[in-house]
Design a protein around this ligand. Structure first.
Ligand code: SAH
Length: 258
């Protein structure tokens, strides 16, 4: 029997965000691999084994899951959010690329999930309503100067910017440095959104401005969206403001290109 491997996105929070396709893939699996806290979110099932691993062990986890599937088992590897966004889908592909030929014969499927930036954006309106780009601020797998170059390019090009992995214990200074970097190109009044633990009981959403963003608490469970020149707030009586980026290209940009 040839093995199966499903790379499954759990969405950002509880089971409300789990797609029916992801739920079916999890129910089919005989073995679950993933970061411990993600596995803890899933209900125990009889006959299903669990193989938790640490956050920073993605390559080893991917290889373990592939080895297990190659024994003819139905295996699922889980990621929070979407597995293709700074998560296990690429780690699995990287291992298949360098691994034994038998891994290429496996039935591998990738099951998308709601990624954190979409869940945060939906809480507040449409900050990603026009062109945007996405960066991880983690310099574990790429050099910091490359991140700075990409921040410069994104801010200069007028993209809204979604920032994953803004802060961790091992990376205390990078986020403030990144904010400094985009401030070189963008006005201090530009809206910045902080979404923490979206979809979980301790969810917190905050809207501030680029000049005040460094004072806002951020951690490993926070997703940050830096708006554009066009991003606007709509104040509402008794409700939190809506934040949106309109879909029309600003006139100044049209004139600059013409
Ligand atoms: N695959 C995940 C991202 C993994 S990188 C996804 O698609 O969402 C981990 C980063 O994702 C965190 O540092 C944080 O920036 C963001 N993140 C993940 N879950 C989140 C949540 N519930 N609320 C806010 N940000 C989240």
């Amino acid at each position: 029997m040839s093995g199966r491997l499903a790379v499954v996105g759990l969405g950002p929070g509880d089971e409300r965000y789990l797609t029916p396709e992801a739920a079916a893939a999890l129910a089919d699996a005989k073995a679950l691999y993933g970061y411990g806290p993600y596995l803890d979110r899933l209900p125990a099932r009889a006959g299903q084994s669990r193989h938790p691993s640490d956050n920073r062990e993605e390559a080893a986890r991917a290889a373990d899951a592939l080895r297990h599937a190659a024994q003819g088992e139905s295996v699922a590897v889980v990621s929070g959010g979407d597995p293709g966004v700074f998560a296990m889908a690429a780690a699995i592909c990287e291992q298949i690329a360098v691994g034994p030929q038998a891994w290429r014969a496996l039935d591998v499927m990738f099951v998308p999930g709601i990624t954190a930036m979409l869940a945060v954006a939906a809480r507040i309106g449409a900050p990603l309503g026009h062109d945007f780009c996405v960066l991880s601020l983690s310099d574990n797998l790429k050099p910091w100067p490359l991140i700075e170059r990409r921040l410069d390019a994104a801010a200069q090009a007028g993209f809204a910017i979604a920032l994953y992995n803004p802060v961790s214990r091992a990376r205390p200074w990078q986020f403030a440095t990144a904010l400094e970097r985009v401030r070189r190109h963008l006005p201090p009044t530009i809206p910045v959104i902080f979404g923490r633990a979206v979809g979980r009981p301790d969810e917190r959403i905050a809207v501030t401005t680029l000049e005040n963003a460094a004072n806002e608490p951020a951690d490993m469970a926070t997703l940050v969206i830096v708006g554009t020149h066009e991003t606007r707030l709509i104040e509402r009586p008794g409700r939190s403001p809506l934040v949106y980026t309109p879909r029309t290209v600003p006139r100044a940009m049209v004139e600059a290109i013409a």
